[in-house]
Design a protein around this ligand. Structure first.
Ligand code: 5RP
Length: 253
């Protein structure tokens, strides 16, 4: 294990997609998590563990004065297992930085998020942060939303309203999605709808190419519908996105 600085230890190298995720995460932490940043939001997904790994590597001395806010159960576990101080948005309503993954990012930094059904808490922590940073592997870097992430826009909905919402999404004269379906838990135990950390359901809705050219219009249209809790479209929120590439380079948008 090679030492990167006095208190940063380089863990085993990774290649392929995992290496690309780690590269993006480490770059973001090195550039944006500075000693003066004390209130930090931690996103969800498979790239975020590398964010926490790099923050932990900054050392106990700097981390002892920081608090970390999770966007879901997974990031809560990462924070606790990393020996970092867990805190809640009720206590800290303004964050210095939030770092999170994304399912797809377009050239204007509009993102589709919510592949892990955490989009409500993710958006709350992104919005409350002075700086919101996205980290992902190169597959998420897209010229147009909907081309890389084909599952659709994750929409968190009240369970009471999911049936009329599905109907409205599928009706050409209402919300007019190309397709929409209720997200189900992978079978194994009792198969049923995915339930978010907030007790809601998720509908994944695919829109047309012309609609994806104006993601903010989709966002506004959906947010006006009763029963929609949050939409996994993050428009104009990220300051920068880092994409790790398999050749060891990083693309910044
Ligand atoms: C969860 C998310 C994740 O950030 C998104 O799905 C990206 O995950 P990964 O880093 O595994 O690609 O929005 O709701």
């Amino acid at each position: 294990m090679a030492s990167l600085s006095s208190n940063i230890v380089d863990p085993a190298p990774l290649s392929g997609i995992e290496g690309a995720k780690r590269l993006a995460a480490w770059t973001a932490v090195d550039r944006h998590i500075k000693p003066e940043h004390k209130i930090i939001g931690i996103g969800s997904g498979s790239t975020v563990p590398y964010v926490v790994e790099r923050i932990v590597a900054q050392g106990k001395e700097v981390n002892k004065d920081r608090v970390f806010l999770p966007t879901g159960f997974q990031s809560k576990e990462l924070i606790v297992k990393g020996g970092l101080t867990l805190a809640d948005i009720d206590q800290y309503t303004e964050l210095d930085v939030t770092i999170d993954g994304a399912d797809e990012v377009d050239p204007e930094l509009n993102c589709i998020k919510g592949g892990g059904a955490c989009q409500l808490r993710e958006k709350v922590l992104a919005e409350a942060a002075e700086t919101f940073i996205v980290v992902a592997d190169y597959r998420k870097n897209s010229h147009l939303l909907g081309t890389a992430w084909k599952q659709g826009v994750p929409i968190e909905v009240s369970p009471f309203a999911y049936a009329p919402l599905l109907n409205a999404l599928l009706s050409p004269n209402k919300l007019g999605a190309k397709s929409a379906k209720l997200r189900m838990s992978p079978s194994g135990g009792k198969a049923g709808p995915v339930v978010t950390d907030n007790g809601n359901f998720v509908i994944d809705a695919v829109f047309s190419e012309s609609e994806y050219k104006n993601p903010k219009e989709i966002l506004v249209k959906l947010k006006l519908v009763t029963g929609v809790v949050e939409v996994g479209l993050f428009c104009g929120m990220a300051k920068v996105a880092y994409f790790g590439n398999e050749d060891g380079s990083v693309t910044a948008l």
